[in-house]
Write a protein that binds this ligand. Structure first.
Ligand SMILES: *[C@@H]1O[C@H](CO)[C@@H](O)[C@H](O)[C@H]1NC(C)=O
Ligand SMILES: *[C@@H]1O[C@H](CO)[C@@H](O)[C@H](O)[C@H]1NC(C)=O
Ligand SMILES: *[C@@H]1O[C@H](CO)[C@@H](O)[C@H](O)[C@H]1NC(C)=O
Ligand SMILES: *[C@@H]1O[C@H](CO)[C@@H](O)[C@H](O)[C@H]1NC(C)=O
Ligand SMILES: *[C@@H]1O[C@H](CO)[C@@H](O)[C@H](O)[C@H]1NC(C)=O
Ligand SMILES: *[C@@H]1O[C@H](CO)[C@@H](O)[C@H](O)[C@H]1NC(C)=O
Length: 686
């Protein structure tokens, strides 16, 4: 026996020395992950193997990444210049969303040159960094099982399978499903985040240069693949590549699981049988348990109140009373205590700013130490509040890199607290008006304009429903650490309209950005956002506010100044002198003219955001001739409106004299009775 062992050992050593290449594995089969250690799988991020043998890539925490790779690389080529080998893999996956139908973001079978992917969570699926998107040097091949529709990657829906090469913009994708026959009509839909196991196969045939992806709810592989994509992977693969899985969550989260996995180079992957793989414990009854939790804590609270009398009365004052409907709201619900702690008790020192909708505090979440901005909105009616909060669910689902991400919310009595990503560089108005400490270069300004345009396009056209921002302005454009422009407060204006008295819809906006038709019709539309965006363009180019009540009457309205200069053929006179003449003239002219085009008094004469983006990207030239007005000139509509808002009437409601640093935030009932117009300065919340 021992001799035989020694001989075998010697032989394998000899083999190892003679043919180092063949020591690399060419196949693996895991019928579940029970008992596997770091020799069998390398786990990173929040990934772990559960005691029941299930590989869990992510849990319900938001913005986490999980990676699981086979520890040693597979050989995908004979030489680095050679032709890639065929491969085949099969795996069983389960995606359990945090809330029924509301989950994110998905998982991906991954072949990469490294196990340590430098990557972002959320829509990046833990695969790539936003700056690496599309780079040939990524050498990344992935098959994504994506449960969120991301505009920036042109996703087709929120339940698709896609083949990704070096980028998360899929080279081929299809709504999740399988074919029972050969024709298109035999397709059966599958819901990726149903919580049920899905078996997937990925096969690459090197001689045909075809990748097939097939999925099914049973162990039998359908004959016709869901995706069949013609591609030669030889330039994508390096000689050695790591194989495994990546998953991530965003604001909304799903638990992503792999139940079993097989893989083979140059041959069909060993088959998996769903019935012999480990299973997830039964569905979590999350909501019921929360409700039970709440009622138990109520009982405890009542008992304690008896025991501790006044002491508990004081504690109770701070406790959240969670109502049943609140549990149905999608995005993360923070506890009041958590937010109070994060903002050091809403201290004035933490105050970042005050706006039309409330005060914004800087905070640091106690557990994760992430920096956040907490917006505190007081609301006077419970009725409105419920509608208010249910809209948060839809706001929370808006995801775009140029929107300030809503992380979660909390309600306590009449206070609504919204938690957002913290934007390190504050709001754009600080860099434009009066005596800014930092002057943004034209290049930076132009980039910010394009960022805001792409966010608005997303809100108007690429989300499931049309979202009108209603309050586009420089102080709502925030700048992150890398000076990317991100639009904030989206949807809030609409929420605010649910106002105290539900029978009167109020129109909200900011003077100077408010399209002239809005006070008349009482309705904000994508066109009125375009108008406000026009005002933003002009102020970014000129460094002037859209409305300067203290200026001479002819200089009071920025768009009129620009218009007059344009007619005199001297539009570049309007350029912000702080730029010291350093700017790209073609871009500057385009931005100023586009600003005029968007500021047209006639809503239908304004371009759509899609057109605006095309102009800004230089895909289309602006019309040579600009006409100032449609049926209703900018001036007419606005003069009529300004009439009701003379500085004297502004002084009445804001604190003391009109302060040019304040945005004049206006809201009024949709009836055109001018006597009811009210004005809020930023001072109103004090
Ligand atoms: C896990 O790794 C160990 C040590 O390398 C090996 O002996 C074992 O066969 C592996 N298990 C499976 C299921 O491949
Ligand atoms: C998810 O996993 C991480 C790391 O294992 C843990 O810190 C976190 O509490 C988990 N979250 C949930 C919601 O279970
Ligand atoms: C790789 O090398 C092996 C042995 O030298 C050879 O049999 C095989 O055909 C080569 N494969 C490719 C794709 O060139
Ligand atoms: C796949 O998509 C990326 C990014 O969209 C693109 O750069 C690449 O050329 C595509 N590759 C193939 C083979 O179609
Ligand atoms: C499958 O989903 C598509 C939308 O993705 C829908 O149009 C179609 O009717 C669905 N088919 C079945 C059989 O439910
Ligand atoms: C890919 O699918 C096509 C049918 O669409 C089939 O002819 C081909 O053999 C498949 N290739 C592999 C490697 O599965």
């Amino acid at each position: 026996m021992t001799n035989l062992n020694m001989i075998l050992q010697f032989l394998s050593l000899l083999l190892f020395l003679l043919m180092p290449v063949s020591s690399q594995p060419d196949q693996l089969l895991y019928d579940g992950f029970k008992g596997l250690g770091s020799n069998n799988m390398t786990l990173n991020g929040v990934a772990e193997i559960e005691s029941n043998g299930v590989l869990k890539l992510t849990n319900d925490s938001s913005k986490v990444i999980g990676h699981a790779f086979y520890p040693t690389p597979f050989q995908f080529k004979n030489s680095s210049e050679g032709k890639a080998f065929s491969f085949s893999t099969s795996f069983a996956l389960v995606i359990v969303p945090e809330f029924p139908k509301l989950g994110g973001h998905g998982l991906a079978f991954t072949i990469a040159p490294t196990k340590d992917l430098k990557a972002h969570p959320a829509q990046y699926l833990g695969l790539l960094d936003s700056s690496d998107m599309g780079k040939f040097s990524n050498h990344l091949f992935a098959v994504e099982f994506d449960t969120a529709k991301d505009f920036e990657f042109g996703d087709i829906n929120d339940n698709h399978v896609g083949i990704d090469i070096n980028s998360l913009a899929s080279n081929a994708s299809a709504p999740a499903g399988y074919y029972t026959g050969n024709d298109d009509s035999s397709k059966q839909n599958l819901t990726l985040q149903s919580g049920n196991p899905i078996l997937a196969w990925v096969d690459y045939d090197a001689s045909q240069s075809v990748v097939n992806v097939t999925i099914s709810a049973s162990s039998t592989k359908p004959k016709r693949p869901l995706l069949s994509f013609h591609v030669d992977l030889s330039p994508i693969f390096e000689k050695s590549m790591y194989v495994g899985f990546s998953a991530s969550t965003g604001l909304l989260a799903s638990s992503h699981y792999i139940l079993g996995w097989s893989f083979k180079i140059n041959g069909p992957a060993p088959p998996l049988d769903l019935s012999s793989l480990p299973q997830l414990p039964g569905p979590k009854k999350k909501h019921t348990s929360l409700i039970i939790g709440v009622s138990v804590s109520c009982v405890v609270l009542a008992l304690c109140a008896v025991l501790f009398g006044i002491y508990m009365y004081r504690r109770h004052k701070n406790a959240d009373v969670i109502e049943a409907w609140e549990l149905e709201i999608g995005p993360h619900r923070y506890s009041y205590q958590e937010l109070k702690k994060a903002t050091k008790g809403f201290k004035d020192k933490q105050l970042l700013g005050q706006g039309g909708f409330g005060s914004v505090y800087k905070g640091t979440l106690p557990n994760s130490k992430t920096q956040v901005a907490v917006k505190r909105i007081s609301h006077d009616s419970k009725q409105g509040l419920r509608e208010f909060v249910s809209e948060i669910a839809s706001i929370g689902r808006l995801r775009h890199r140029n929107l300030v991400q809503l992380l979660g919310w909390c309600r306590r009595r009449g206070d609504l607290l919204l938690v957002y990503d913290f934007m390190a560089n504050g709001s754009l108005d600080k860099y434009l008006f009066d005596e800014p400490e930092t002057i943004l270069s034209w290049e930076q300004r132009f980039k910010i304009i394009k960022d805001v345009a792409s966010a608005l396009l997303y809100l108007h056209e690429d989300y499931e429903q049309v979202v009108v921002h209603r309050d586009v302005k420089a102080s709502n454009v925030l700048l992150d650490g890398e000076l990317n422009g991100r639009l904030g407060d989206f949807g809030l204006a609409r929420l605010y309209e649910h106002g105290a008295n539900p029978s009167t819809t109020r129109v909200v906006g900011t003077l100077g950005y408010l399209a002239p038709e809005v006070p008349r019709t009482g309705k904000a539309t994508p066109n009125s956002d375009v108008f406000a965006f026009g005002a933003l363009l002009l102020e970014v180019a000129s460094g002037l506010r859209p409305l300067e009540p203290k200026a001479l009457p002819e200089d009071m309205v920025l768009v009129d100044c620009v218009w007059n200069k344009f007619k005199q053929g001297r539009i570049l006179d309007m350029v912000d002198p702080r730029l010291n003449g350093v700017f790209n003239e073609r871009e500057m002219l385009m931005v100023l003219k586009l600003g005029l085009l968007c500021s047209n008094g006639a809503p239908n004469a304004r371009p759509s955001m899609r057109q605006v983006v095309r102009f800004l990207e230089g895909e289309v030239g602006l019309p040579d001739e600009l006409r100032k007005s449609g049926d209703l000139s900018y001036q007419e509509g606005f003069d009529e409106f300004l009439h009701t808002l003379e500085p004297s009437s502004i002084d009445q409601t804001s604190t003391g004299s009109y302060d040019r640093n304040r945005d004049m935030h206006v809201s009024f009932p949709s009836s055109t009775d001018t006597s009811l117009y009210t004005l809020h300065g930023k001072g109103e919340t004090r």
